[in-house]
Design a protein around this ligand. Structure first.
Ligand SMILES: Nc1ncnc2c1ncn2[C@@H]1O[C@H](COP(=O)(O)OP(=O)(O)O)[C@@H](O)[C@H]1O
Ligand SMILES: [Mg+2]
Length: 517
């Protein structure tokens, strides 16, 4: 839960903030869960004074021995405006939140837990301050969140080492370099790339080379324009969303790099979505900037990430030549033992001692090893802990893990389907239903099923052209794959398949979300 713009948070002793405030000024709050760093004022978005101030006194600031994540104990001091002269001190709460160098999306989840004093909060504030009462098996649930970045990615030494050998020319020779990472969901691609960039930046600064990096998820920000805008906002949070061409944006990015004499590592995550939507133009332009780069000019390197080994086939030969075969790094699925180690690590970080038995770690790793997916394993742990908390159990039991298995899906299905509007959901549902027994279905099959689905959900079916367009958009999102049939019975036809999510899981989810409307 974040601290909304309507709440002011001020440090009682400004001096103590400096230590914590290592986060660079990030982009503005254009996305949900992002917190604008400038909101640390007692004003809401309209510039009105806030009705209430939440003042956080930083009683103690200490550095986590594992790294740069500071922890602090917070005491909430609540002052309703009508009794401003008489501050009301709520019971001390404890919050150990990753702040400082954590990225902006983590900041969006910062919340101060306050033990008591509920009565003093106005209704508006109660919405944004998170409460937790009673005991919990979690010591720090945030360590199980999908955007928590581990200090070290276990069992990813080989991949990290290869990234280092590929990108070290940046530091040693000021030369650009690229890498392509691929592997199934939950194999640590995104987090290994992030962890690497953070560590690599430190390594570069020891050699006096200024280096910065940013990650864009191309599935969330599809198309050249949106991806480029996001990268520009890394340097200029207020860069306007509209009014500049791609070429102008590119020029502006180049100027930032030149001015700051930076080497910039761009991580394009889920890059297939970008390539399908806009082709390789953007990647090609980055590569050109990289080639022109001298020590005085900006330099760009790229780390491309995809679940699909063949993602780069969407590039033309010119762009592809920048990604020679040797720059490819595979992320295989984790086996049972590796998942056990990963889960063990998270138990130590997130759970109170003695609440998760080794047997349970085993069980979780067993379940998740079917998919080799670390994210699924971590979600199982979190959900099992939540079920234990619901029952007020003192420790997590096997039954909680089984319960978690029934509720958590191995792939982030819901999250991905949430991006779809109803018409596209109907199209996808018809494809999912038809695909239960067949690996490939034809466009005709899909349209047939679509007519039935529309009838069932009382929606007017769209015409063929529009249907086809929806299928293409689903393709760009990576939810379906399309290809032309080889020698068709009647000429060529488009064949549709489901690349990632099992048909049944997909259909169940879509049916549920369509019913909820
Ligand atoms: N080797 C590892 N050690 C610790 N945590 C890991 C490891 N691999 C993956 N994780 C965790 O699993 C989740 C999924 O990893 P992620 O990098 O998002 O996978 P991918 O990008 O391949 O789908 C994240 O929460 C990540 O922190
Ligand atoms: Mg990822």
């Amino acid at each position: 839960m974040g601290i909304a713009a309507g709440v002011g948070v001020m440090a009682a002793r400004p001096g103590s903030v400096g230590l914590l405030d290592r986060r660079r000024r990030g982009p503005a709050a254009t996305e949900p869960r992002r917190m604008d760093p400038d909101v640390l004022e007692a004003e809401d978005a309209e510039g009105r004074g806030d009705a209430l101030r939440l003042q956080v006194e930083l009683a103690e600031v200490r550095e986590d021995p594992a790294g740069l994540v500071p922890a602090f104990d917070a005491v909430a001091l609540v002052i309703p405006p009508e009794s401003a002269a008489r501050p009301v001190v709520a019971a001390a709460g404890e919050a150990e939140e990753a702040i400082g160098h954590a990225d902006a999306s983590t900041a969006g989840k910062m919340a101060f837990r306050v033990g008591g004093g509920k009565g003093y909060f106005s209704r508006r504030v109660r919405v944004v301050v998170s409460f937790r009462s009673g005991p919990s098996v979690f010591k720090d649930q945030g360590k199980l969140s999908f955007d928590y970045l581990p200090d070290k990615m276990v069992h990813r030494d080989a991949q990290t080492q290869r990234l280092f050998s590929l990108l070290r020319p940046i530091v040693e020779a000021g030369a650009s370099s690229n890498a392509f990472l691929y592997g199934p969901v939950g194999t640590g691609k995104t987090h290994t790339a992030k962890r690497f960039c953070l560590d690599f930046r430190k390594y570069a600064s020891e050699s006096n080379r200024a280096l910065d990096w940013d990650l864009v998820n191309c599935r969330q920000r599809m198309g050249d324009d949106a991806v480029l805008l996001r990268l520009l906002q890394h340097f200029d949070a207020h860069f306007p969303e509209r009014g500049f061409s791609i070429a102008e944006k590119m020029e502006s990015l180049r100027k930032h790099l030149e001015k700051q004499r930076l080497h910039f590592i761009v991580i394009l995550d889920e890059v297939d979505a970008l390539l399908k939507k806009s082709g390789a133009d953007l990647i090609y332009s980055f590569a050109r900037i990289a080639e022109e780069g001298t020590t005085t000019k900006g330099n760009i390197s790229m780390i491309l990430i995809s679940q699909r080994p063949n993602a780069l086939e969407y590039m033309d030969a010119a762009a592809l030549s920048t990604f020679r075969r040797t720059n490819v790094i595979e992320f295989p699925r984790y086996d049972q033992k590796e998942l056990e180690d990963i889960v063990h690590g998270r138990v130590a970080l997130a759970m109170h001692p003695g609440t998760v038995d080794d047997d349970l770690v085993d069980l979780i790793a067993d379940i998740a090893s079917e998919f080799g997916d670390a994210r699924y394993a971590i979600e199982l742990l979190e959900k099992a802990g939540m079920l234990a908390d619901e029952e007020r159990a003192e420790e997590v039991a096997a039954e909680h893990v089984r319960g978690a298995k029934a509720q958590v899906h191995p792939i982030e299905v819901e999250e991905r389907l949430a991006l779809l509007d109803v018409p596209k959901k109907l199209v996808l549902l018809s494809i999912a239903r038809k695909s239960r027994k067949k690996a490939y279905i034809t466009m005709g099959d899909a349209e047939q099923a679509y007519a039935l689905v529309c009838e069932e959900y009382d929606e007017k079916p769209r015409a063929h052209t529009q249907f086809w367009k929806y299928v293409k958009e689903l393709d760009a999102l990576g939810l379906v794959d399309t290809k032309l049939s080889g020698k068709g019975e009647v000429g060529k036809t488009t064949l549709i398949s489901l690349p990632e999510i099992p048909a049944r899981v997909l259909a169940d989810n879509l049916e549920r979300s369509l019913k909820r409307r």
